[in-house]
Ligand binder design. Sequence first.
Ligand SMILES: Cc1cc2nc3c(=O)[nH]c(=O)nc-3n(C[C@H](O)[C@H](O)[C@H](O)COP(=O)(O)OP(=O)(O)OC[C@H]3O[C@@H](n4cnc5c(N)ncnc54)[C@H](O)[C@@H]3O)c2cc1C
Ligand code: SF4
Length: 554
Amino acid sequence: MTGHDVVVVGAGAGGAACAWGLASAGLSVLLLDAGPEFSPTDYPSHRPDWERIESPDKPGSRGIHAFAPMQKLSPAHDHLRSWNHISGLMVEGDARRGVAYQHVRGIGGSTLHFDAESHRLLPAAMTMRSQFGVGADWPFPYAELEPYYITAETLSGVAGAADPARPRSAPYPLEPHAPGYASRLLTERTRHLGRTWRPNPLAILSRAYDGRPGCNYCAQCNRGCPRRDKGSVDVTYVPKAIATGRCRVLSGAEVTGLSAGPDNRIRALTYRDSAGQTHEVKTRCVVVAAGAIETPRLLLLSAGPHAAGGVANEQGLVGRNLLETLHWTTCALHPESLGTHRGLPSDIICWDFNAPDAIPGVVGGCRFAPVTASMLLTGPVSYATRVVEGWGRSHREKMQASFGNAIAIGAIGESLPDPGTYVDLAPDLTDPHGLPAARIHSHLDDMAIGRIEFMAAECRRMVAAMGAGAPFEEFGAYDMFSSTHVFGTARMGTDPATSVVNAHGRAHHCKNLFISDASVFPSSGGGEAPSLTIQALALRTARAIRDAAARREI
Ligand SMILES: Cc1cc2nc3c(=O)[nH]c(=O)nc-3n(C[C@H](O)[C@H](O)[C@H](O)COP(=O)(O)OP(=O)(O)OC[C@H]3O[C@@H](n4cnc5c(N)ncnc54)[C@H](O)[C@@H]3O)c2cc1C
Ligand code: SF4
């Protein structure tokens, strides 16, 4: 198959945005994704078994990955173990455990089950090395990303409110959602602690916009939005890219290798379709956007005569610098009826400790939000298995008294590079095509544990200040790797000795290869959700490809 200017691998946050940017700039694009296409009726909200399905799920929508053994846990940190009052410790034994890289394969990628938080990075979070002596700096200033943030917010339909601490050059396209009752209570009852809460910017429509209806506040965003008002990229960039007439989208097309020629250029790629047939696509330009775990895997799998050790891996950096999700959540029952089984996940946010120097004693910030719906505490099965103990009549009575009263406060913090945290190829796990799976290594240093410690203490303080009872469940990154936000495995930078791609996502040596997903982040930010930044970067990369095509470099 030939005839496309650019082939984009992966139709998630980065790939879909890049494909739209390229197609709307006049280039022809083939967008391939390993996973299936989803429609609103594929999501479980209308089905009797809806609670059993935690995420959009169809054949082919989950990849596989392995974990290397992780570090020993210290009894000194037992207060950071993950537990539930009915089922006990979530991680048995005395070692940290790899649980999951949370993702969806499909047209829309992991945005199919995201909460649609749409955050910009704090400018200071982009200069971690020069200002704070850790991690790496971004190779360009915040101001260069700003116009692309505006485009990404407009295309996704972000509802938000101005915040003097987070500069922006134009208002959000949509007015913010009104906070729910529990969030108003949280705001009021944590004021004496000095906490300030703001409407959380969300790519969830607060009114009809761009041909999509407003939200109905059903709290099922993680299971897939049946109304298509949540701005997952399958309902935003993908249809807009197709509408240009220059973007062809193929689902069930898993790219298994890139072939580099002797001239430092990718000549072709191969993919397998859902029937198991192998196809070769010759190409002038490739954008890899398979996510921060699968992108390094694909580059490493593509080792060949002209790419020893993997494509773009001249310095052995592909897969290094993995940044994971450092998180903590405390869940408790409130005596009042809060109605937390409905509404929006994370309708407000606290940025008080988001700056890189805001947490005493450690470098790297964090943020807090109510996360009851994201913790899937929205239905009777979750209450009966996680919240309310026992059987029979007393159980039924407790269920009636408790339903809708659960409150979960969650925190996500900065993740800094660690030599023990990276992705390589698993020696002992292969996918259905017989290719090695990605293997995730993760190690938390003292500063990371210190950040989790701070987040846990604050979550507990806030839950108590709300007037809730003792926690019934807590979990965090101290004893498990269960990451929703992953970054950094093909870092961007100006120096080819310390980065894989340049400031425009272009491989330093392989001139027709670009990377356009969370892999390129030099730093994670202090808990900001990444998708908006991934999209803004992807639009910037699309611009660079268009310019390179105009100069006949690709
Ligand atoms: C439960 C949950 C909640 C979240 N909430 C938020 C939130 O509120 N806000 C936010 O900003 N972020 C959120 N995230 C994170 C966000 O979804 C991801 O950070 C983002 O989607 C990553 O974008 P990406 O382009 O790097 O990868 P992805 O969106 O994961 O896209 C990668 C795509 O590549 C495809 N692919 C992989 N390998 C191949 C291959 N070999 N060939 C072809 N295709 C391939 C996959 O099928 C996938 O579609 C959440 C994530 C989870 C799991
Ligand atoms: S709460 Fe709104 S955005 Fe989330 S699934 Fe329901 S309708 Fe969609």
